[in-house]
Design a protein around this ligand. Structure first.
Ligand code: X6L
Ligand code: MG
Ligand code: MG
Length: 165
């Protein structure tokens, strides 16, 4: 059994519904079991900043698939939820990224694991720490990376209290 961590992000339409639909589609997939869900956070857009705020969360999953098989499932979720790629780093209904897969380190055309930009992004680090503070990138645990971000960067990630999940 493999253990992986996924990052979910959305900033279009009914964002809570997109997160919830993504979790349902993943759970319906017989090959993937969600074992933990982080809290949901509302986060300022990074990269291309002139776009609506995101909701971000992370999941811990168990799977018998290898990393490429899990990537196909993540892409299927994005397709089912009508993700369109119009602007690079632009608004999306749902983004599903593989952050960690066991303790593998991999960098090829399809997949980079651990996800290359986790260590600078509060919108990934904060929900990941809900799930497991012991995850390691380049010999340092993720809480070390989080502590090296500025207060301003961390302040752009706020727990999201909606009416329901
Ligand atoms: C310079 C150039 C500095 C590019 C940063 C940062 C690019 C992040 C892309 C960057 C740069 C990204 C999310 C997001 C995106 C998300 C929030 C990306 C890909 N995805 N902002 N921006 N949440 N809050 O899931 O991460 S686009
Ligand atoms: Mg992403
Ligand atoms: Mg992505």
């Amino acid at each position: 059994m493999n253990k992986a961590y996924l990052g979910l992000g959305t900033n279009m339409g009914d964002r809570v519904e997109y997160l919830s639909a993504a979790c349902s589609i993943l759970s319906e997939s017989t090959d993937v079991n969600i074992t933990k869900k982080s809290k949901i956070y509302e986060t300022k857009a990074w990269g291309y900043t002139d776009q609506p705020d995101f909701l971000n969360m992370c999941l811990e999953v168990e799977t018998e698939l290898n990393e490429y098989g899990l990537l196909e499932i993540c892409e299927k979720v994005e397709q089912r939820l009508n993700r369109e790629r119009i602007i690079r780093w632009g608004p999306r209904t749902i983004d599903v990224d593989i952050l960690f897969f066991n303790d593998i380190i991999l960098d090829d055309e399809k997949l980079s694991i651990p996800h290359p930009r986790i260590s600078e992004r509060a919108f990934v680090l904060i929900p990941l720490i809900d799930l497991n503070t012991n995850l390691v990138i380049k010999g340092k645990t993720i809480d070390v990376y989080l502590n090296s971000l500025t207060l301003e960067e961390r302040g752009q990630v706020k727990e999201y209290i909606g009416d329901e999940k």
